[in-house]
Design a protein. Structure first.
Length: 306
C-alpha cells in the first residue's frame, strides 16, 4: 500500500501582497517625518539655549552704547576696544591679577576636594567602624542644609579668627571634606570596585594606606577627574563666597571683577563687562574640553583577569 502525502500549499492573498509595499512606504514616511520633527525641535531648543552665549560673545565686539537697547545680534561696527579696556585692568588692579586669584582658588579647590573627599570616601566604603551608616547618613543630610543658613555663623567664626579678606575661608572647607556631594560620588564609585583586589593586597601584607594609594587611587581616576571638573567650574564661577570674604580689589576673582565694570551710580562699561565674561569663559571651556573624555570612564579591573 502506497502512502499518499498531501502537501498543503498556502497561496498568499493577492490583496495582502499588494498592500505590503504600501505599508513599507508608509512606515518609511513616518520614520522620515519623525526624524525631521525630532531634529527640528532639537535645533530650535539649541538655538534658545545658545542664543545668550552668542549674544554675549558678539556684544563683546560692540561699543557700550550699542549693547543696551540694540536688538541686532551682529555688531554693526565691530571693535576690540572692550578687550583693550579689560586688559588695562580696573580699580588699579591688573586683569592678570584677577586671573591669578581665580586660578589659585580653583586649583587649590580641586586639590583639596579630591584629596579630602577620596580619603573620606575610602573610610566610608572600605573601613568597618562603629556608626559608619549613621555618620554617612548624617553627611548626606548636609546636602539638604541650605548654604544661606550657615552664612552668618561661618562669617562670625572666620571674622573672630582674623581670616576675613583672605583666601582661607574659601579653601579651608575644601580640605576638610565638607563637600558631601563629592564624597558621596566617590563612595558609590568605590563600592563598585571588587573587594577581591583588597583581599589580594592584604595577603601581600598591604595596609589601608597602601591599598588606598596603589589600588584605589589609580582605579578612581575617572571619578576624580569628574570631581575635578565640577570643583574647578564651581570655584571659578563662585561669586557669593568672594563677595562675603574678600574686601580688597587686589584679591578679587574674575566674577568679582565683572561687577566692577557695572556701577549704578556712574557710567557702566557694558562692553568691557561682556569682553571680560568671554575671557572668563575660556579657561572653563578649555578645562572641560581637555578632561571631558574622562567623565564617562570605566574601572580598569584587569587585575581580575587570568
Amino acid at each position: 500500500m502506497t502512502a499518499l502525502t498531501t502537501r498543503t500549499v498556502v497561496v498568499p492573498d493577492e490583496r495582502l501582497r499588494a498592500r505590503m509595499p504600501r505599508r513599507r512606504r508608509t512606515d518609511t514616511g513616518r520614520r522620515i517625518a519623525g526624524s525631521v520633527l525630532f531634529h527640528t525641535v532639537s535645533l530650535a531648543l539649541a538655538i534658545v539655549v545658545l542664543y545668550p552665549a552668542a549674544w554675549m560673545v558678539l556684544s563683546a565686539f560692540k561699543p557700550s552704547s550699542d549693547i543696551i537697547g540694540d536688538v541686532d545680534l551682529w555688531p554693526e561696527n565691530p571693535t576690540l576696544q572692550n578687550f583693550a579696556d579689560v586688559l588695562e585692568g580696573i580699580a588699579g588692579v591688573s586683569f592678570w591679577t584677577f586671573v591669578g586669584n581665580s586660578l589659585v582658588l580653583a586649583v587649590l579647590t580641586v586639590v583639596g576636594v579630591c584629596l579630602s573627599s577620596a580619603v573620606s570616601a575610602y573610610a566610608f566604603a572600605r573601613i568597618e567602624f562603629r556608626g559608619r551608616a549613621f555618620w554617612f547618613a548624617l553627611m548626606i543630610g548636609t546636602l539638604l542644609l541650605p548654604f544661606h543658613v550657615v552664612i552668618i555663623p561661618q562669617y562670625i567664626v572666620f571674622n573672630q579668627l582674623g581670616m576675613v579678606n583672605t583666601f582661607t575661608p574659601l579653601l579651608i572647607g575644601k580640605f576638610l571634606a565638607t563637600e558631601a556631594f563629592f564624597v558621596f560620588l566617590l563612595v558609590q564609585f568605590m563600592r563598585s570596585v571588587p573587594r577581591d583586589l583588597d583581599e589580594a593586597a592584604r595577603i601581600d601584607g598591604a595596609g589601608h594606606v597602601r591599598i588606598f594609594a596603589q589600588i584605589m587611587l589609580p582605579l578612581m581616576r575617572p571619578a576624580l577627574v569628574t570631581c575635578s571638573i565640577f570643583a574647578f567650574i564651581g570655584s571659578w564661577n563662585d561669586f557669593f563666597g568672594p563677595l562675603l570674604y574678600l574686601k580688597t580689589p587686589s584679591l578679587y576673582t574674575m566674577p568679582m571683577a565683572l561687577r566692577l565694570f557695572v556701577d549704578s551710580t556712574s557710567t557702566s562699561n557694558f562692553g568691557a563687562q561682556m569682553a571680560m565674561a568671554v575671557l572668563a569663559l575660556l579657561p572653563v571651556l578649555l578645562f572641560f574640553l581637555i578632561f571631558q573624555r574622562y567623565i564617562v570612564g570605566g574601572i580598569a579591573t584587569s587585575g581580575l583577569k587570568g
